[in-house]
Write a protein that binds this ligand. Structure first.
Ligand SMILES: [Fe+2]
Length: 935
């Protein structure tokens, strides 16, 4: 008997067919889901009706198909109705065989309904010559799309021989199926291309051709076509202030590719073809958030609500600063509940909060009830984990991108003629003075003695050992491995990355047309690693380049903690600027560019080149969940011209352009795995024994991350070894090679000629490539994403923007303002009330886990369980992750680890594996590492 499980609204399934012959009897069971209520653009209709569907079984040996048509007794109008009536149904099957139309009618009985999935089953006679079931093919004759969860076929009615099809896919109605897109699903058993059963080879190839599409025409919301395009839809070609350059496709502004929508393009005034902006970007149908992903809807609507606020400019005074630091602290104490509206004489903060809430509720309309819990959570600002200004950059976030020159003086790589003198003011003498202030006499003596024996010039690292004392003859460091032990000085370098944009950003504020209030500097910040293992900031250099238009010369100044009250205020203001630089770099580069943006091409290429029955597709699939959807939403509401990011971060309209420049100058795939990322930044070195040695012993991100990285790599290695006995099998896998070639030549086309792209020609390289992608989508993203509100929610600690030039640059008038009211100068430098509130809501949203999140080490793909060797490897992976969890808990209790344990110190849990109960009274940082970039 043949059994199927089917969704509500849809679907049905399976089956099997019969020919006129006899013997075999198959059972099918199919499951389908409640149709989602998502309101799509004009091209996708909501799902509410159910109608018939045909299911074909495909003989794995011959490719011969048997077609079933399932005909429900009546059409249903809504999901709710279906739920209510479905128990009364006996679905009918019409069996087709070849040219023969209806040969009989078979009833499919409703079996059960669980979690909105309805199960039906039926028994059908088939020909005795019918072989192994190798695929199911589905047609949907109804007027609405159907979600097919899974299909199970029991040949000869024997459950022990069940063939399972894990569909999890939307099947569109035939009426809309302009591309003759008859859906085919393959069983759980994975095959390399060369191992494909003969009868399935054509289907396997045809499926990939369908998914690739023709490259022409506008994509409909019901499509499942994956293709590439450049970022040409961020700006608005009709509005001067919202014109933005196309990112991708040029040497000057290269960028990873995003999903092609095929929308009409218009030529902007700069001669570039750009897409018209819409409110809902296309993503292939199965990339969309699931119906029951409540947060998905919440995410979308809150982002839309925030964006609406930006566009509407609801506040009379968008630039109003907070009245006092005490008022900022008060925000977190009463959750904004008691803030009066400005008309009542209070600050605008409470007003903004009420507007945000009203706006979101208004957009949600009748859908609010189902999302109330999530909304309340996101709009209720709890006190962030870190509620103090620390400037502990580099410990809990990935920061600092460019390696410094190993020797002093520190020199910029930028053109002196354009930007001014290249040599930094952070001199040896200045650093020595600061270091002596934070070191014991014994430490200073030790370092001086150490420096006498070794030469610093051999260093190719980001952090610099303090060896300059007495280093007048360049006779010191000669042995890197010995010198590394004493590395004490670190630099956060945003000089060369930001300096080219300083004058451009300042011009925005100077022009009344732009209604922008921001500023920028190039910055370098030095930290000293104290004896207790924590980083202490000791000097900040801010630089304004010379300006050929105005004739202004370069201005730069070094700030230190100092001893006077004036110095302390200037130091605080300089820190505010650097924190804004770091927060922006974190968001634009380490978060958006390196995870969301760079991963999308891997997903597109995988779907276009790897069959759904390919083992590598099934390894990576959980790491690609929802990324294209959240990226599509980001293009509409977050990173678009005039969007939340631009309006609230220092570089303003140059935010995304800046990320393109960093992609051009620094991003390379072979540096995206954790060990190489650490080595590149000088945070680790590889010893002679091949082991990695951390520069800072207590560096939680690296400590925990390396455990996760090694575990991922071992899982990937076991997986690859199972499917590829020899290197030749890897080289000969045309789908695998096609995928990796396309990642390079199409997805990252602007960098396709770079020599550092790895070649997948042996096990080691393949494992490294796969583990890198799995790490970026899981560990790296979790580390940079879910700590945003806990660590940055208290925005004086990590402001997104610094709005006011530092008083020293402004001359006598600037210093006069500082002397008269230093707190006001600081408050006018920090984000405005509106900016702070909008960012607060955004970070709270982005730091939230989805209720249906899948976690690294706990989520099991059905295909993995179908292969004993893979199941066994995954079991080992689970055990390792559990051990890592215990290790992290132990470290967080270790009093020697001052960066993660101590009074007022937040335990580091961003890379803590899921313990199986992510919602069991845990903070967002403790829930686990999601497999994919879904928020
Ligand atoms: Fe994210």
């Amino acid at each position: 008997m043949l059994v199927t499980t089917q969704p509500i609204a849809a679907s049905h399934t399976p089956s099997h067919a019969s020919s006129s012959l006899t013997s075999a009897v198959s059972s099918g069971r199919w499951t389908a889901a409640v149709p989602r209520r998502r309101q799509h653009s004009n091209t996708r209709r909501t799902v509410s009706k159910i109608s018939c569907k045909r299911v074909s079984l495909v003989d794995a040996g011959t490719g011969e198909a048997r077609v079933l048509t399932i005909e429900p007794p009546e059409k249903l109008k809504t999901t709710v109705v279906l739920k209510a009536r479905v128990t009364d149904y006996d679905l009918s099957f019409f069996v087709e065989t070849g040219e023969e139309k209806t040969t009989g009618q078979i009833e499919a009985k409703y079996v059960s309904n669980k979690d909105d999935f309805y199960t039906f089953e039926a028994s059908i006679k088939v020909s005795g010559s019918f072989g192994t079931v190798g695929a199911v093919r589905l047609d949907n004759d109804h007027e609405r799309e159907m979600f097919i969860k899974d299909v199970t076929v029991f040949p000869d009615g024997d459950e022990s021989d069940a063939v399972s099809f894990h569909c999890e896919s939307w099947v569109i109605d035939n009426e809309k199926n302009f591309n003759d897109d008859r859906r085919v699903f393959f069983p759980l058993k994975s095959y390399l291309p060369s191992q494909t059963p003969e009868g399935l080879k054509t289907l396997r190839q045809r499926e990939l051709e369908t998914i690739r599409g023709s490259g022409y025409g506008e994509r409909l919301a019901i499509d499942r076509i994956y293709d590439y395009d450049v970022y040409n839809d961020l700006g608005d070609p009709k509005t001067t202030n919202l014109l933005r350059p196309v990112l991708g496709g040029s040497k000057e502004l290269p960028y990873p590719r995003r999903c092609r929508t095929g929308r009409n393009k218009t030529k902007n005034v700069n001669g570039e073809f750009t897409e018209v902006r819409v409110s809902d970007n296309y993503v292939p149908r199965d990339e969309a958030f699931s119906e029951d992903k409540q947060q998905a809807f919440t995410t979308k609507f809150i982002l839309a609500g925030l964006h609406a606020l930006e566009v509407l400019k609801v506040l009379k005074d968008r630039e109003a600063s907070f009245p006092s630091m005490a008022a900022i602290d008060a925000l977190f104490e009463d959750g904004f509940k008691n803030m009066p509206a400005p008309e009542e004489g209070g600050t605008v903060a409470g007003y903004i909060f009420s507007v945000i809430k009203d706006s979101v509720f208004d957009i949600l309309k009748g859908d609010f009830a189902g999302m109330k819990h999530m909304l309340d959570k996101i709009l209720d600002f709890e006190t962030p984990e870190v509620h103090q200004s620390t400037l502990q950059i580099g410990i809990h976030f990935l920061t600092g991108f460019r390696a410094l020159e190993s020797e002093f003086p520190i020199v910029s790589q930028l053109d002196e003629e354009t930007y001014g003198p290249r040599e930094s003011l952070l001199t040896k003498q200045l650093i020595e003075e600061q270091i002596n202030g934070v070191m014991t006499a014994e430490e200073v003596r030790e370092i001086k003695e150490f420096c006498f024996f070794f030469h610093l010039k051999t260093y190719k690292i980001y952090c610099i050992v303090l060896t300059y004392w007495g280093n007048k003859t360049n006779q010191f460091f000669q042995n890197f491995s010995q010198a590394i032990k004493n590395k004490k000085l670190f630099m956060l370098d945003y000089h060369d990355a930001l300096l080219p944009y300083v004058n451009l950003v300042r011009e925005l504020s100077e022009s009344r047309d732009n209604n922008v209030n921001t500023t920028l500097y190039g910055s370098r910040t030095l930290f000293f690693l104290t004896k207790d293992g924590t980083l202490k900031p000791i000097a900040i250099e801010l630089t304004r380049p010379k300006n050929k238009k105005t004739g202004k010369l370069q201005w730069r100044e070094v700030f230190t903690p100092g001893g006077s009250v004036t110095d302390s205020w200037l130091w605080q203001l300089a820190k505010t600027h650097v924190l804004a630089h770091d927060t922006g770099y974190h968001q634009l580069i380490n978060h958006w560019l390196r995870t969301h943006c760079c991963v999308e091409p891997y997903i597109i290429a995988a779907n276009r080149q790897l069959s759904q029955m390919h083992p590598i597709y099934r390894l990576l699939h959980p790491h690609f969940r929802y990324t294209m959807e959240i990226n599509a939403q980001a293009r509409v509401n977050l990173i678009n011209a005039g969007g939340i990011i631009e309006n609230n971060f220092s570089p303003n309209k140059y935010c995304l352009e800046l990320s393109s420049v960093v992609y051009r100058d620094f991003w390379r795939f072979d540096m995206e795995d954790l060990p190489n990322d650490l080595i590149r930044r000088g945070m680790a070195v590889r010893g002679k024994d091949g082991k990695l040695e951390l520069t800072i012993e207590d560096y939680p991100y690296a400590n925990d991350g390396l455990l996760i990285w090694e575990s991922i790599k071992e899982w990937a290695s076991d997986y690859v070894n199972h499917y590829y006995p020899t290197a030749k099998d890897i080289v000969d896998d045309e789908e695998l090679q096609g995928w990796w070639t396309e990642v390079r030549t199409k997805g990252h086309a602007d960098k396709q000629d770079e020599p550092w792209w790895p070649t997948i020609d042996n096990h080691e390289n393949l494992v490294q490539v796969l583990a890198t992608i799995m790490w970026i989508t899981s560990g790296h993203h979790a580390a940079v994403n879910f700590g945003q509100y806990p660590f940055a929610g208290y925005f004086p600690n990590r402001p997104t923007i610094a709005r006011k030039n530092i008083p020293l640059e402004m001359g006598r008038q600037g210093m006069k303002e500082l002397v008269e009211n230093p707190e006001k100068v600081l408050l006018d430098t920090l984000p405005s009330q509106q900016q702070a509130l909008l960012v607060l809501v955004t970070l709270n949203l982005l730091s939230s886990h989805s209720p249906d999140e899948e976690y690294l080490g706990t989520h099991v793909e059905p295909a993995w369980t179908a292969e004993r060797g893979i199941r066994s490897a995954f079991d080992k992976f689970q055990v390792r992750m559990r051990d890592i969890l215990d290790q992290i808990d132990e470290w967080n209790e270790d009093p020697r680890r001052r960066n993660r344990h101590g009074p007022g110190v937040v335990p580091y849990t961003l890379l803590r594996p899921c313990d199986g109960n992510p919602f069991d009274e845990k903070s967002e940082m403790e829930m686990g590492i999601p497999n994919s970039i879904s928020i």
